[in-house]
Design a protein around this ligand. Structure first.
Ligand SMILES: Nc1ncnc2c1ncn2[C@@H]1O[C@H](COP(=O)(O)OP(=O)(O)O)[C@@H](O)[C@H]1O
Ligand SMILES: [Mg+2]
Length: 501
C-alpha cells in the first residue's frame, strides 16, 4: 500500500459536495438526453406516417389524372382528362388539390417527363438528368421510400405506381418539413434541458452545502480539539459538538454524537492521567522535602564528630569524610528532585526583568573560584541585557552549565561564556574545548538521570539531573536550549525572551 501512495498523489480528491452535485447533474442530463432522443424519434416517425398518407392520396389523385379511374370519379370532372393519351408530369402537378412541393415523374412507355412544384413560388420546375436517374432507380420498389435528390430539393419521400392505363408514374413529397419540425423539437428540448441542468446544479449545490453544514461544525470541533496540547500538564477538554448536531437519527448527528462520546472518554482518561501524575509529583516533592531534614542531621552530626577534637582512628575519619561528602551529594540530588517536581507542577514563576549581565558575572566568578584549573572567559556586550524571568531559576541554569563545563572536562580546558541580544531574544552560550559529549548520550542529554559513564564513577557529585533542570527552567520561560558538541568543542546555547522597555 505504501508503495502505491506516491503515484496516486497528483490529483486532489473530489469533495463530497462536488461528487453529489455532479452525480445529480449527470443523471439528469442522461434522463434529458433519453427523453429528447425518444421524443424526436417518435415525432419523426409519426410525421413520416402522415406524409406517407398524404403521398398515397396524392398518388391516387395522380393515377386518376393519368387516365385510370378512381371509384366514384367521373371522367368529366377530371381536368387531366384533356391530356388523356399523352400523360406528362405536368398533368399530375397541375391536377386538383395537389399538395405544395409535389414531385412527379411519368413514363408513358416511350418518354419520361418530370417536374416539381416549387413550394416558394408555386412554379413547376424540371428535374435534372441526375435526379431523374436517382428516381428511376426506385421506380420498381413497392411502397414509399426516401431518396436524397441533393441540391435545393434534398430528401424526398417517393412512391411509384402504375395507372390503369398502364402508365408508370412516380410522385414525391419533400421531407424538409419533417426534418425541420424534428430539428426544432430537438433544439427546444436541448435548450430547456440545459436551463434545467443549470438550475438543478445551483439548487443541488445549495442543498448539499446546507446538508453538509453540520458536518463542518463537527469537523471544526474535532480540529479545535486536535490543536489542544493534550500531551502534558493540566488540560481541560470542554469542547463539544453543539447539541443540535448530535441527533442520532441523522448520519452527521451520529458522527457528532460519537465524537462527543469520544471526547468525554478522552477527557476522563486525561483527568485520570493528570490525577496520577499529580500524585507522583506530590509524592516526589513530599519525599524530597522530608529527606532534607534527616540529611542535614546526618551531615551535621558527622561534621560535629569529626571536629569534636577527639582522637579517632584513621579509618573512622575516612568513613566520616565519606558520610559527609555523600550526604552533600544526596542533598544536591534531593534539591534537584524537589526543584524538578515543582517545575513539573507548573507553578507560576516570577516574571520580572533579570539582568543577565550581572548574573553571568556572578556565576562565572563562582565557577572560577570552584575551578581554578580551568580558564574562564566572559564575553559581554556593552549594553546590559535583561531577560524576563525568575532570577534564582535562571541562575541555576547558568550554574548547571558552568558546573558541567568544569566537571566533565579536564584541567586546563577553556570555557567561554558569551551573552548577546539577537532579535527579541537574549542568547547565552557556554562553550568549552573539552572532550565533548559522548555520542550515545546526545539524544537523551536533557532527560532525567541521563549522564555519561565517566561521571558515574568519578564521584564528582553527578546526578544526571543538571541538564534536565536546565531544559525544564528554559521551557518554563518559553525559551530554547540546544547543544552542539564535537570532541574539542561543546557549546550549549540558551535563548530567553528579552525584557522589553
Ligand atoms: N560540557 C560538557 N562536556 C562533556 N560532557 C558533558 C558536558 N555537559 C554535560 N555533559 C555530559 O552530560 C551528562 C549529563 O549532564 P547533567 O545532566 O548535568 O548531569 P550530571 O552533570 O549530573 O552528570 C553528564 O554526565 C556528562 O556526561
Ligand atoms: Mg551537571
Amino acid at each position: 500500500m505504501a508503495k502505491r501512495m506516491p503515484r496516486r498523489r497528483p490529483r486532489s480528491p473530489w469533495t463530497l459536495q462536488r461528487r453529489l452535485v455532479l452525480t445529480v447533474v449527470g443523471l439528469l442530463a442522461l434522463v434529458s438526453i433519453t427523453i429528447g432522443v425518444v421524443s424526436v424519434v417518435i415525432l419523426r416517425a409519426s410525421l413520416l406516417d402522415r406524409l406517407d398518407v398524404q403521398l398515397a392520396s396524392a398518388a391516387d389523385r395522380s393515377g386518376a389524372v393519368l387516365g385510370g379511374d378512381n371509384d366514384g370519379d367521373r371522367p368529366g370532372d377530371n381536368p387531366g382528362s384533356s391530356y388523356f393519351g399523352s400523360p406528362t408530369a405536368n398533368s399530375i402537378l397541375s391536377g386538383p388539390a395537389q399538395p405544395p412541393g409535389l414531385l412527379a415523374l411519368v413514363y408513358d412507355g416511350s418518354s419520361i417527363t418530370t417536374g416539381y412544384t416549387d413550394d416558394q413560388s408555386g412554379a413547376i420546375e424540371e428535374l435534372s438528368a441526375q435526379q431523374v436517374q436517382q428516381l428511376a432507380d426506385h421506380v420498381n420498389q413497392p411502397g414509399s421510400v426516401t431518396v436524397n435528390l441533393g441540391g435545393e430539393l434534398g430528401d424526398y419521400r417517393v412512391q411509384a405506381e402504375t395507372s390503369r392505363s398502364g402508365t408508370l408514374y412516380l410522385v414525391g413529397l419533400p421531407l424538409s418539413g419533417v426534418a425541420a419540425t424534428a430539428a426544432q423539437l430537438a433544439l427546444i428540448i436541448t435548450f430547456v434541458s440545459l436551463a434545467g441542468l443549470i438550475v438543478v446544479a445551483i439548487i443541488a449545490a445549495w442543498v448539499v452545502r446546507l446538508a453538509l453544514r453540520p458536518l463542518q461544525r463537527v469537523t471544526a470541533t474535532a480540529t479545535r480539539v486536535a490543536q489542544l496540547p493534550l500531551d502534558q500538564g493540566e488540560v481541560s477538554l470542554d469542547d463539544r459538538v453543539p447539541a443540535g448536531d448530535t441527533d442520532p437519527r441523522t448520519e452527521v448527528g451520529r458522527v457528532g454524537a460519537a465524537l462527543n462520546r469520544m471526547l468525554e472518554h478522552v477527557d476522563l482518561a486525561l483527568e485520570a492521567r493528570q490525577q496520577s501524575e499529580r500524585k507522583v509529583r506530590q509524592f516526589v516533592a513530599d519525599a524530597s522535602h522530608e529527606l532534607r531534614t534527616p540529611l542535614a542531621s546526618i551531615r551535621g552530626y558527622s561534621e560535629l564528630t569529626r571536629r569534636s577534637g577527639q582522637e579517632l582512628p584513621p579509618d573512622a575519619i575516612h568513613a566520616l569524610g565519606r558520610i559527609e561528602s555523600e550526604s552533600v551529594r544526596m542533598t544536591g540530588l534531593v534539591e534537584d528532585l524537589l526543584l524538578l517536581a515543582r517545575l513539573d507542577e507548573g507553578r507560576e514563576l516570577e516574571m520580572e526583568p533579570v539582568d543577565l549581565t550581572m548574573l553571568l558575572v556572578d556565576a562565572v566568578s563562582d565557577a572560577h573560584a570552584a575551578g581554578r584549573d580551568h580558564v574562564w572567559d566572559l564575553d559581554l556586550p556593552e549594553e546590559p541585557i535583561e531577560a524576563i524571568g525568575d532570577e534564582p531559576r535562571l541562575r541555576q541554569v547558568i550554574t548547571n552549565l558552568l558546573a558541567n563545563a568544569r566537571l566533565h572536562t579536564d584541567a586546563g580546558t577553556t570555557v567561554v561564556v558569551d551573552l548577546a541580544a539577537v532579535g527579541d531574544r537574549a542568547v547565552i552560550t557556554v562553550t568549552d574545548n573539552g572532550p565533548g559529549i559522548p555520542e550515545d548520550l546526545r539524544s537523551t542529554l536533557f532527560e532525567r538521570f541521563a549522564r555519561g559513564d565517566s561521571s558515574r564513577f568519578r564521584g564528582t557529585g553527578s546526578t544526571g539531573l543538571g541538564l534536565a533542570i536546565v531544559a525544564a527552567v528554559v521551557a518554563a520561560h518559553h525559551g530554547d536550549v540546544s547543544v552542539d558538541s564535537v570532541p574539542g568543542r561543546t557549546q550549549f546555547r540558551v535563548e530567553l525572551p528579552l525584557a522589553t522597555h
